[in-house]
Design a protein around this ligand. Sequence first.
Ligand code: ZN
Length: 396
Amino acid sequence: MGFRKFQAEHIFTGRELLGADQVLITDEKGKVADVVSVKEAGEDIQVVNGWISPGFVNSHCHLELSHMKGLIPEHTGLVDFIIAIVTQRHFPEDEILQAISDAENEMIVSGIVAVGDISNNAISLNQKAKNRLAYYTFLEISGWSPMIADPRFLKGKEYYDLFEQLNSSNCRLSMAAHAPYSVSQKLWGLLQPFFQAKTTSLHNQETDFEDAYFLNKTGDFNRMYEFMQIPTDFFTATGKSSVQSVAHHLHGADKVLLVHDTFTKESDIDYLQKIAADQPNKWQYCLCVNANQYISNALPPIELFREKNCRIVVGTDSLASNHSLSILNELKTIGKFYKTIPLTEQLQWATFNGAAALGFNEQYGEITKGKQPGIILIDGIENNQLTTASAVRRLI
Ligand SMILES: [Zn+2]
C-alpha cells in the first residue's frame, strides 16, 4: 500500500498547531500513519499552501430543511421564522430528497466529515444510509400542549425505530427535545429514558423571549402560541430562565448540545455547571453564528463561554437560516466579530470537540496515529486568522 506525505505552513492536529518542519504521513485512504520531522520523512512529500486540519464536524444541522434555502427573509426574529418554517416546510418529497442530497454534497466539498443532524421525520434516512458522512441523528420531538404528548411521542418513536436499523459506528442516534418552550412536562417524561448515557440536543435561548416566557409568561412567544392555536393555560411561569427550568429533565444524559445559546447568561452557565459538577463535559455550547445573524442579527456571548471554560462546538443550522452549510463560513463570522479568539481554538471547537461531543472521536476530530479524520487544507490564512479569501478543500 502506498503512502501520502503532506507538508504545509502548519498542521493543526485538532488540539495543537505544528510547524512547517512536520510532515503528515497517511495511507491512501487518509488513515494517519505518523507525523514526523521533514528530515525523517523521506521522499515524495507533497508541499501544500495553507493549514492542514482534520475534517470539520458540523455539530448542528437540519438536512430535512435544505429545500427551504432562501425562502425565509433575513432578520425576521425567531417567532416569525418559526411560523414560516411550520407553515412553509411542506414540499413535494422528490424536491426535499434532491435538496438533502445537494446539501450533503455541499458539506462534503466544504470539508465536513461528521454531522449532528436534527430529524423531525425519517426523510433523510436513505441519504444517511449511503454512509458518505458520519451522522449523529437527533430524532427531535416537540409538543407544547400536554394533550398531544402521547401521539407526538409515538410518532417520533416510529421514526426513531426506523433510524435504529442504521445504527452503526458511523450512524448514531438519540431522541431529542426540541426546545424548552416547545416540550411539555409530560413529553419530557416520555423522552427521558432515551437520554440515558447518550448525547442529546436542545435548542436553547435562541431569543430573549424564551426567558421572558419562563420568567413571567410575557413576550413574543404568546403571539406564536396564539397564531398556532396552541393552548397555554396549563403553563405557569417558573420564575427561572428557560434552560434552568428544564435542565433537570436532562439529568441522565451523558452530553447535551445546547444549540444557539444566543441569550444565555452567566447565571445559566453557573447553574448548569453546578448541577452536573461530576460531568465536566456534559454541556456543549453549540454555536450557530450565521443562523443567529440570519434570523435575529444577534450573536452568542462567546467570550463569556470561554471565560467560564465552557465546552464549545460549532454547527451550521439549516439552509432555511443560513446561506451555506460550511463550518469554515461559521468560523469566518466568529473571527470577524471576535478578533481576539485564536484560530487554533476555533478549529478545535470545529474538529476535536465536535467529534468528541457526537462520539465520533475514535475516527474523527484529530490527526493522530490510527485515526482517519479526513484531511483538509485551509488557505488564505493571514496573521493566524482566516480572511474573506480563506477557502477549504479536501486533500483526502
Ligand atoms: Zn436548529
